[in-house]
Design a protein around this ligand. Structure first.
Ligand code: HEM
Length: 432
């Protein structure tokens, strides 16, 4: 399917075969990113991006490889396991002291995930999870949404480049956003530059490595950090919320997950290795990522040169979208495609690493999400802990099987209404 909007051709791949043509057969050619004009007005962002790098440039490779060392690789995930555990236990303790009170799960998940990635990147928490009355993380969630919206939404000038000279609006939007990004990381970067790793553990983090490399300015480091923060929080938060919604609506499945976790762990302490052996729970996570693909049209790709795909000529600079949402609900590939059926993944070889083109929640090819395994670990630890340590009920005693599944369309596909639940500590063999 293709659309011509002004000067811009937009091509959408909505079947596994076409997705394969774009992201495997012609992967290099479609490895560019299509970016709205607002992006070009952000100081320092050029050559300091992973997600929004216009092509697979030298700086993209450098940042991806530093990310690989500090966050994405198996070795990095292993050395960051203590961070995941500590931040999830902070949340568990916070909920324990607020037992019986309504919790907004999206807020809680976001704050915890932001602290996990911020500690891995800069050895610093972004929020005090217990001090929620100051609502710092609400402001950060608003900034995350703003950056996603402004860097992914196309405006008139993107379709009619002739208007570029008079596009003061994009410049203003970009500068407002830039100021907020600077505020978020400026203090942390300055502190590291002046004090080094004083009072921090001896292992260098992402911030140490990019500072030592001397390739990037402070603005550029701030941009790279905000991109990684967004990558690591937004889609993962969405998935944890949908997973809990689906399990609350299907109480038998919820009991099955809990029993599986209880049998796998030792002494009521959740452990990542043991959790990853809980096959039914893993299948529930995969099914959530199928039915509720967070980035339904991936992140827009760009043809870096003209190319022929299935006899169609796709001109250089065309925008290419992979409709992972439509593919994951295609009845030709999925039985009862719109139902939540984790069992479908139990005896299936279909994985999330981008080699099965009917299931692409993390994309595929050169620009595939490098954080897929990190996301999986975060989801299993967060949701596993919340289900293991607490019973959950709806405000006013409402029936959990009636929780709505209305979606709110944004760049990512969120639950429309907040998931408000009341935690009650479960009686376990030992205390948390
Ligand atoms: C459920 C959670 C997640 C989902 C569904 C998801 C999905 C995606 C998708 C669809 C893309 C674009 C792929 C493409 O262009 O073809 C992407 C890119 C990216 N993601 Fe994720 N992601 C998740 C979690 C994470 C995490 C935890 C991190 C970091 C720790 C991360 C970092 C990134 C980065 C840096 C890119 C840009 C890759 C590039 O352009 O080279 N993501 N993600």
């Amino acid at each position: 399917m293709s659309f011509q909007l002004g000067d811009q051709l937009m091509v959408v791949a909505s079947s596994p075969d076409i997705a394969k043509e774009f992201c495997k057969t012609n992967d290099r050619i479609f490895s560019g990113r299509h970016l709205p004009s607002v992006y070009h007005n952000l100081p320092g962002i050029m050559n300091s991006s992973i997600v929004l790098s216009p092509d697979c440039s030298k700086s993209w490779k450098l940042l991806r490889s530093i990310g690989q060392n500090c966050v994405f690789s198996s070795k990095a995930m292993e050395s960051n396991a203590w961070i995941r555990k500590a931040k999830v236990m902070d949340l568990v303790n916070h909920l324990r002291t607020n037992e019986g009170k309504v919790a907004n799960l999206e807020d809680m998940m976001f704050a915890t995930l932001a602290n996990i990635i911020s500690c891995a990147l800069t050895s610093r928490n972004l929020f005090d999870i217990h001090g929620q009355e100051n609502n710092e993380y609400k402001e950060m969630m608003a900034l995350v949404n703003e950056v996603i919206e402004k860097t992914t939404t196309l405006g008139l000038v993107d379709f009619l480049p002739i208007l570029k000279g008079i596009d003061f609006w994009s410049k203003k939007k970009a500068m407002d956003m830039y100021r907020k990004i600077k505020q978020t990381w400026g203090g942390i970067i300055d502190e590291r530059k002046s004090m080094g790793r004083e009072n921090l553990s001896s292992t260098p983090d992402f911030l140490d490595i990019v500072l030592a490399d001397n390739t990037f300015s402070e603005d550029q480091i701030g941009n790279a950090l905000i991109e990684l923060l967004i990558g690591a929080t937004d889609s993962t938060t969405i998935t944890t919320v949908w997973l809990i919604v689906e399990l609350m609506r299907n109480q038998e499945m919820l009991t099955k997950v809990r029993d599986e976790i209880a049998q796998a762990i030792v002494g009521d302490v959740l452990n990542e290795t043991l959790l990853s052996q809980c096959n039914y729970f893993q299948a529930c996570i995969k099914e959530t990522l199928r039915l509720h693909v967070p980035l339904q049209s991936s992140v827009p790709h760009r043809a870096i040169e003209t190319c022929k795909v299935n006899d169609y000529v796709i001109p250089k600079d065309s925008m290419v979208l992979v409709n992972a949402w439509a593919i994951a609900r295609d009845p030709n590939y999925w039985e009862e495609a719109t139902s939540f059926k984790p069992e479908r993944f139990l005896d299936s070889k279909i994985g999330y690493r981008g080699t099965h083109f009917e299931y692409l929640p993390f994309g595929t090819g050169l620009r595939m999400c490098p954080g897929s395994a990190v996301a999986f670990k975060n989801i299993q630890m967060l949701v596993g802990s919340l289900l293991h340590y607490f019973d959950w009920s709806l405000p006013n005693g409402a029936d959990p099987t009636t929780i709505d599944t209305n979606e709110k369309y944004f760049t990512t596909l969120k639950k429309e209404n907040p998931l408000l639940l009341i935690p009650k500590l479960r009686k376990l063999n030992s205390t948390v």
